[in-house]
Write a protein that binds this ligand. Sequence first.
Ligand SMILES: [Zn+2]
Ligand SMILES: [Zn+2]
Length: 207
Amino acid sequence: MALRSLSKKKKFPGVDIDKAHKLERICKCGNTYTKFNSLINKCVKCLIVKGKQIVAKETKKAYREQKEKLKTIKDYREELKKALHLYVRMRDKKAGHTCICCDRPLAGAAVGGAFDAGHFRPVSTAPHLRFDERNIHAQTKYCNKWKGGRYFEYEKGLRKRIGDQAVDELKADETPRKYCIDELKALRDKYRVMTKALKWNKTEEAA
Ligand SMILES: [Zn+2]
Ligand SMILES: [Zn+2]
């Protein structure tokens, strides 16, 4: 079939048909194409598909870059919060911990937020500790809903978990924190890496 089409000289003016025939190749898709030069490595149909994929990829990349440029410090804080909270849920679930307040099991998957990463000293009264690992632990949604109401149960659990000295230090900590965008990004990436390092088992996750 391909040979017949190549024999129509008009289609390839100035092309040596014998040579073109020798250059005939089979594309991955099964179509035949002529390898006129090293850049052509697929049939026309596949070249078009590939071209569209490249354009789509470039468009996506440009969109991502544009989006990144428009991000504010608030967005980076939100990203850090997400990364840190996911890490905390993974950390505590992996360690086999129960809810820091009530000792109930942390049911369900860490991803998707079947249980929460809750603050001991609430963000409302201790905003400087909002990104402090010591201050954030896995909690059932029920207990997290209580917010400050579970403070005393949380403290009891926390003393068992991280020790009296660490809790006393945390309670006395009034040092203000100010994070610039680069610090927020670095922390976000640190927690993303740490979460990955926990090598969360996908099947366990789905259960
Ligand atoms: Zn093809
Ligand atoms: Zn609880």
